[in-house]
Design a protein around this ligand. Structure first.
Ligand code: NI
Length: 143
């Protein structure tokens, strides 16, 4: 059987700001601009989780998308949706709430459960705005 890559999309919205307490307000503004606004701002995030595998001879599936969706909903959407990434999310505590840092933390949460469900996580794409998104391959370099 050939390897196939399958992707599930889920969405959540969350507030954050990009701000370092150990920098002055001026420095934060200089580096992070409006993203450092102390009264927060929000995004409608989209997360695309890509799993690789060979289609099962029984089901034709790489992974059951219902299982994949459930993992993402329980471990990513539930703890993040309608939350403040800086204040409300235990796994983001002490971490600058950039999309780059968030995607790395999401990977750590779902990699093992996806493996248990029979898939291999290979990529997460996290879309912050229609113009800005990040892609993460678990620290590997795909290109
Ligand atoms: Ni932002």
């Amino acid at each position: 059987m050939e390897t196939v890559y399958i992707t599930r999309r889920e969405t959540f919205n969350a507030a954050h700001k990009l701000y370092r307490d150990d920098w002055s307000e001026e420095k934060n503004w200089e580096v992070f601009g409006r993203c450092s606004n102390k009264h927060w701002h929000g995004h409608n995030f989209e997360v695309f989780v890509t799993v690789k595998g060979k289609p099962s001879e029984d089901t034709g599936f790489v992974i059951n998308l219902k299982d994949l969706s459930k993992i993402i909903k329980q471990l990513v959407v539930d703890p993040l949706d309608h939350m403040n990434l800086n204040l409300d999310v235990p796994f983001m505590k002490g971490i600058l709430a950039s999309t780059e840092n968030l995607v790395i933390e999401i990977w750590k949460l779902i990699e093992e459960p996806i493996r248990v469900a029979g898939g291999e996580l290979v990529k997460i794409k996290l879309v912050e705005t229609e113009n800005n998104f990040v892609e993460y391959y678990g620290g590997k370099e795909p290109y």
